[in-house]
Design a protein. Structure first.
Length: 160
C-alpha cells in the first residue's frame, strides 16, 4: 500500500486508535479507494479466521509427528557424519601421498655423493674442476651455452 494513512487504517481496523482519530480515518476511507480496498481485505481475512474450523490434534498425532521429526533429524545427522568421514578420509589420503612423495624424494637424493672441489684448472676456455678420484666435471662456456661434462674414474663420459 502506498497511501500515507496505511498505518492509521490498520490501527483503526485493530481498534487501537482514539475516537477522535477514528472519525478522521472513517472520513479518509470515504475518499481513498486504496485504503477502502485494504479494509475490505482485512475484513475478509478476519471473517475467514472466525469461520474456520479448528481441528483438535490428538496426543497420538503429536507423538507420531515428533517421531518423524526425530527420525528425519537422525537421518540427516548420520548423512552429515558420513560425508565428513569421506572428506576426512580423502584429506588423510592426500596427506599420506604427500608424505610418501616427500620420503621418496628424500631417499633418492639422500645417497647422492657429496662432491668437494679440490682443484681448478683452465685450459683454453675449458675449465676443469677436480672433485677427487670419483668425478671430474668439465665446464665449457660458449656465447650461447654452458656445457658441463662429468667424467667418472672409469673414464666414461656422462652428460648432466
Amino acid at each position: 500500500m502506498t497511501c500515507e494513512w496505511a498505518e492509521r487504517v490498520s490501527a483503526y481496523f485493530d481498534g487501537e486508535i482514539s475516537d477522535e482519530r477514528k472519525n478522521d480515518v472513517q472520513e479518509h476511507l470515504k475518499t481513498c479507494s486504496e485504503c477502502a480496498r485494504y479494509i475490505e481485505r482485512l475484513r475478509a481475512l478476519e471473517s475467514l479466521r472466525k469461520n474456520s474450523v479448528q481441528e483438535e490434534v490428538s496426543q497420538e498425532q503429536w507423538d507420531s509427528c515428533w517421531q518423524e521429526i526425530k527420525q528425519e533429524t537422525t537421518r540427516r545427522i548420520l548423512k552429515r557424519r558420513h560425508v565428513h568421514f569421506i572428506r576426512n578420509l580423502a584429506i588423510l589420503g592426500a596427506i599420506a601421498a604427500t608424505v610418501l612423495i616427500a620420503l621418496t624424494v628424500w631417499a633418492v637424493f639422500k645417497y647422492e655423493p657429496s662432491l668437494q672441489c679440490t682443484g681448478v684448472a683452465e685450459i683454453g676456455g675449458v675449465e676443469i674442476l677436480d672433485y677427487g678420484a670419483e668425478y671430474t666435471p668439465m665446464v665449457m662456456e660458449t656465447e650461447n651455452a654452458t656445457i658441463i661434462m662429468v667424467i667418472d674414474s672409469g673414464e666414461e663420459e656422462t652428460k648432466r
